[in-house]
Structures are given as structure tokens and as C-alpha cells.
Design a protein around this ligand. Structure first.
Ligand code: ADP
Ligand code: MG
Length: 346
């Protein structure tokens, strides 16, 4: 395959896509989504929210109960997996341990009955493409995690997909490798120009990778947007809590989200002098985190016991904390700019 005949990614459209496994509520409940050609899309949400089911329906490994899946306006809802132009990459890459890198990559062509010389030539080309040509004869155990990932990528690419589907590909890796591998996935996606749909339950991973994040909850899509848009303007209490870094607060104006780094903590005396009025609170936890100090607080006047958990979190930059430290039990005033608070749907 040369750069000239590289297929660019497809646009994916899900139209009222639904999966009922039977019994209670649907695993995927009439979702509508458009994923742009050549973009990196992350399906994000807690365990059981329907991410893998959505991905498997796109792959053709699971039938849709109703609704449609379109790739470049072609309805693929009822096509066999092999005819869709999609390929899957699984957790921990799922390479065959007893096969060389070359035979792993060639495997699906062997299943299709492509003759040996042809499939090995094609697998060798793909290994070259992911800079693994020199290691073609190694078994997976003789390769680093990063090299294994590239073999898995070459194996997925051998069917010339226009869409690569990845189900928690990094979740079984140790944290250091996970961060390295996600950077590499992102580079390959940009280089190949394919559409990637990547399932993860990690908001950090989704933010690092995605052009578009799709936050799911109970089979429904809660929010679609760039990481920046979703993090800065979560539409609902669920998204604000799931993304983290936000406080969900009751105010006279209703329920609002305020980022933990956008709340100011003032000593009571100074607060009264400056007439800050937002809310009185008591410090219940002080955690040093390196570049910032994380304060846990509860509203003044709320009942306190050994089991009281902080309702409000505030990230204070380390230097500000050093200039004005707080200790557990301190009464403080919290203040934030009106524009830092945005309304949340329940
Ligand atoms: P996620 O990938 O977000 O963790 P899944 O798509 O795997 O979620 O599952 C969504 C819901 O569908 C869950 O309630 C799960 O138990 C259910 N489910 C998934 N696969 C099956 C199956 N093969 N048969 C019955 N129920 C399933
Ligand atoms: Mg899953």
C-alpha cells in the first residue's frame, strides 16, 4: 500500500440506533451520532453504559435491534462484518503468542484463502509502514509493548479498513505504557487519516485522544463535543461529575457546575473586608498534589462527623497556598466569578 492508494476514513452516522438484549431497558437507546471522516472519536462513560455494544454494532459483531448505521451514506446495518470497511483492535492487542509478527499480520488473509507468498508480501509491507519491518520474525513476547501495538495496528490495517474500532485497547497496560501508547495511537490516526472510534471509561484518556468525545450514560448520549467544550461546559450533572474537576452546587439560581480551579478560598476576615458573598465553608481535607493543593470543604453549618465527606473541592495553586495556607477546621469564604458558574441539567 502506498500513500496514494491509502483510503481515507469514512464518515459514520448512527440513526436512532438501538440494542435490546431483552429484559429491562435497552443497552443502547435510540442514539443519533455523526462521526466526521478522519476524526478521532472517543465513546466515554461508566461501565455498562453501552459503549462496547455501540462499537460492536458498528463492527457488525452485534446486530442492531432497530435504527441504522451509515458509512459514507452507505447503509451497512445488515452487512456482514467483513464487508463493512471496518476493523477492530482489542484490549492488550490480542496478538497470537505463538505466531511471528508477520504471521499475526497475515492471519486474516490466511483465513480468506490468500496464498502464502501474497499474504506474506502484504503483511511485510504493512509492517514496514508501521516501522516494524526489521522485527517481522519476532514473536509478541520478544517485542516491547509499543512494538506489539504497532503489530496489532498492522494486523487491523491489512483488510484496508476506512474505520478502526478500538475497545479499551489500553486499559490492561501499566500506567506508564498506557500514556506512551495513547500518544502513539493518536499519531498513527493522524498519519493514516482513518476514522478511529475508541471506547474508554477513562475521561483522561478520552481528553488526551479525542477530536470528539461522546459521553454516554445508561444507553443514551449525554453530550457530544471537543474535550475542551465538554470539560468547560458540561451540560448535565452526570457529565460534570463524570468528567471530574467540577463542583456541582445548589445556588439560589439552581444547580450549577463550577470548576475546582475557578473557586477562590479566602480567609474569613479578608472575605468580610472584600464582601465576598458566595458561600461560607469549613476546610475538611488538605492534600498536597505537587503543582497544586486540593482542599476538601463542606458548607458551614452542615452537620460534621468523622464520616462527613467534602462536598466542595478546590484546587489551589501551590504558590497561592504557600502565601495563604489553610488547615483542617479553618472557616473560609468561597468566591467565584459569576461566569465561572454554568447551569446543569439534573
Ligand atoms: P460498556 O461497554 O459501556 O461497559 P456494554 O455495551 O458492554 O457496556 O453493556 C451495556 C449493557 O448491556 C450492560 O447492561 C450489559 O450488561 C448489557 N450487555 C452487554 N452485552 C450483553 C449480552 N451479550 N447479552 C446481554 N446483555 C448484555
Ligand atoms: Mg465495554
Amino acid at each position: 500500500m502506498t500513500a496514494q492508494d491509502t483510503p481515507s476514513g469514512s464518515t459514520i452516522e448512527l440513526v436512532a440506533l438501538t440494542k435490546h438484549y431483552g429484559g429491562g431497558s435497552p443497552a443502547v437507546d435510540s442514539i443519533n451520532l455523526r462521526i466526521e471522516r478522519g476524526s478521532y472519536c472517543c465513546l466515554l462513560g461508566p461501565s455498562g453504559c453501552g459503549k462496547s455494544t455501540t462499537l460492536r454494532m458498528i463492527a457488525g459483531h452485534e446486530s442492531a435491534t432497530s435504527g441504522d448505521i451509515l458509512l459514507d451514506n452507505r447503509n451497512i446495518t445488515d452487512l456482514p462484518a467483513a464487508e463493512r470497511g471496518t476493523a477492530m483492535m482489542f484490549q492488550s492487542f490480542a496478538l497470537f503468542p505463538h505466531l511471528s509478527a508477520l504471521d499475526n499480520v497475515a492471519f486474516s488473509l490466511k483465513m480468506k484463502g490468500v496464498d502464502k507468498a501474497q499474504r506474506q508480501a502484504r503483511a511485510a509491507e504493512l509492517l514496514e509502514r508501521v516501522a516494524m519491518g526489521h522485527l517481522a520474525q519476532r514473536k509478541p513476547a520478544e517485542l516491547s509493548g509499543g512494538q506489539q501495538q504497532r503489530v496489532a495496528l498492522a494486523r487491523a490495517l491489512i483488510t484496508q479498513p476506512r474505520v478502526l474500532l478500538l475497545d479499551e485497547p489500553l486499559s490492561a497496560l501499566d500506567p506508564f505504557l498506557r500514556i506512551q501508547m495513547r500518544a502513539e495511537l493518536r499519531r498513527w490516526q493522524k498519519k493514516l487519516g482513518l476514522t478511529f472510534v475508541h471506547v474508554t471509561h477513562s475521561q483522561e484518556e478520552a481528553m488526551a485522544l479525542a477530536d470528539t468525545m461522546v459521553v454516554m450514560n445508561h444507553g443514551l448520549i449525554e453530550q457530544v463535543g471537543s474535550p475542551h467544550a465538554v470539560y468547560n461546559l458540561p451540560v448535565s450533572e452526570f457529565v460534570a461529575r463524570f468528567m471530574g474537576g467540577h463542583n456541582v452546587l445548589q445556588t439560589p439560581a439552581g444547580k450549577v457546575g463550577v470548576r475546582t480551579d475557578q473557586i477562590q478560598v479566602l480567609p474569613l476576615a479578608r472575605a468580610q473586608a472584600e464582601a465576598a458573598t458566595n458561600r461560607r465553608a469549613v476546610v475538611s481535607d488538605v492534600e498536597y498534589q505537587g503543582t497544586y493543593v486540593l482542599l476538601g470543604l463542606h458548607s458551614a453549618g452542615a452537620p460534621v462527623s468523622a464520616h462527613t465527606t467534602a462536598e466542595i473541592s478546590v484546587m489551589v495553586p501551590e504558590a497561592s497556598f504557600a502565601a495563604q495556607p489553610f488547615a483542617v477546621g479553618d472557616e473560609v469564604q468561597l468566591a467565584w466569578a459569576p461566569e465561572a458558574a454554568h447551569p446543569l441539567a439534573a
